[in-house]
Write a protein that binds this ligand. Structure first.
Ligand code: HEC
Length: 401
């Protein structure tokens, strides 16, 4: 398929993924909120019917009265809504995007020869293996004796995440590693829905229809997995947008940053869940904010030393060098008509094929080059010296004459 139609697949796939992701996480946030706001029913008759809690709310011009049963209603309703396709379609569309961007474009997006000189096939096998193995290990941990202690299990899952972050950043490009870390956590979340939460609900209904008392174990297991999903949410969403932020994914300690941001996201979610329950834990929010701020401060760049006055440079000469570097290293992709195979149009609309375009986009060029985000996978073999020259030009005001 040519690059133009691939771009359309990319556009539509991403759109679907975003929509299904919003539907899933939105519903998930809503139900966590609902569960944590339940109050004892006002009507004693409701308690007799087996209702354990209720919530009143107003939205969209009407009043809603949700009631939760301790186990199940005496009579199952004719229409019962399930919430599962939001999760499945998010995973399916996400997997489609992973294949389209990172596997079809493995050489560009997934492999960084300065990290590990993998062939595309090897890289794809590691990527798919991470998703499958991640689930098997996580599910095994939950089912093991550790699963009886929520805190120990939480620590074990954190250790698994640290290992994945470290391992992935030592085989893939920064952005490829981050997306696989997120895809692995996302797979755990969907696996929880598919293999544990939904079967638990089926068991509840089966017991009800058979007229027997439902076994509470599947329900408790489902609850544990659903709590995990809540705390995975913010870290996963971060990784899904992380490819915009080379300052994080291309840092020498990118795996430490990934874990710090994941913990911050989970802690912030802890705060919101505790607040829903009316037992706000501000310490969790403070921990999240301190970790984010600490991360940002820890990696803030030192000021570039100004060159000594004696090393005065001719701005016009230096600009000519910059244009020449951009011409050699960037323009194969960043031109009105890219010559690099696989590119139908200038990526992100960024064109760098004339001196004027280079001059007006100095800051963008500097950001991408100094963070090593560009050239993508350093496919055009840009040197450190060239990066420094561009930084010096930018820091001196990006003059052209
Ligand atoms: C192999 C093709 C390729 C080469 C060579 C390349 N880029 Fe890019 N560039 C891309 C792609 C693809 C994107 C979009 C990345 C994404 O989806 O996040 C991009 C995005 C950008 C952006 C926009 C970033 C943003 O998120 O807003 C800038 C600026 C940029 N490149 C500058 C450069 C510079 C400067 C060079 C040369 C030093 C360069 N690129 C070399 C493919 C390339």
């Amino acid at each position: 398929m040519n690059a133009y139609w691939l771009d359309w697949l990319n556009l539509l796939g991403r759109w679907v993924h975003l929509i299904t992701g919003i539907a899933w996480i939105g519903a998930s946030f809503y139900f966590v909120w609902l569960d944590n706001h339940l109050l004892a029913p006002r009507d004693a008759g409701d308690t007799d019917k087996g209702i354990s809690g209720e919530v009143w709310s107003v939205h969209g011009g009407g009043f809603y009265h949700a009631q939760k049963y301790r186990v199940a209603p005496a009579l199952l309703p004719e229409t019962l809504h399930w919430f599962k396709w939001e999760a499945y379609s998010t995973w399916l569309s996400g997997f489609f995007m992973l294949c389209l961007v990172y596997y079809a474009g493995a050489a560009t997006y997934l492999i960084d020869p300065s990290v590990a000189a993998l062939t595309p096939l090897e890289a794809i096998a590691i990527g798919l293996g991470t998703l499958a193995l991640g689930w098997l290990v996580y599910d095994g941990l939950c089912r093991s004796p550790l699963g009886r202690d929520d805190r120990l299990l939480g620590l074990a899952v954190l250790a698994l995440s640290v290992f994945a972050a470290w391992g992935l950043t030592h085989v893939f490009s920064g952005r490829g590693a981050f997306i696989h870390y997120g895809a692995m956590l996302g797979t755990l979340m969907v696996g929880n829905v598919f293999f544990v939460i939904i079967p638990g609900q089926r068991e509840l209904i089966k017991a009800k229809l058979a007229g027997r008392e439902p076994d509470p174990t599947p329900g408790l297991k489902a609850k544990q997995r659903s709590v995990h999903n809540t705390y995975f949410t913010l870290p996963v969403i971060f990784t899904m947008m992380s490819n915009h932020y080379a300052l994080v994914f291309n840092h020498a300690y990118n795996w430490v940053l990934l874990i710090a941001i994941s913990i911050a996201g989970a802690a912030i979610r802890v705060y919101f869940v505790s607040r829903h329950k009316g037992q706000a834990k501000p310490a969790a929010l403070v921990l999240g904010i301190v970790m984010l701020a600490g991360t940002a401060i820890a990696i803030s760049p030192a000021a570039t030393p100004q060159p000594p006055a004696s090393a005065a440079v001719n701005p016009a000469e230096r600009f000519a060098q910059v244009v020449q570097i951009v011409q050699t290293r960037c323009v194969a992709c960043h031109a009105e008509h890219p010559t690099q195979t696989g590119f139908a149009a200038a990526p992100k609309g960024v064109m760098l094929d004339t001196p004027t375009r280079v001059e007006t986009q100095a800051t963008l060029i500097y950001q991408q080059v100094s963070s090593h985000a560009m050239p993508l996978g350093n496919i055009t073999a840009m040197t450190e010296q060239e990066r420094q020259l561009i930084a010096a030009w930018h820091d001196a005001g990006a003059l052209s004459k």
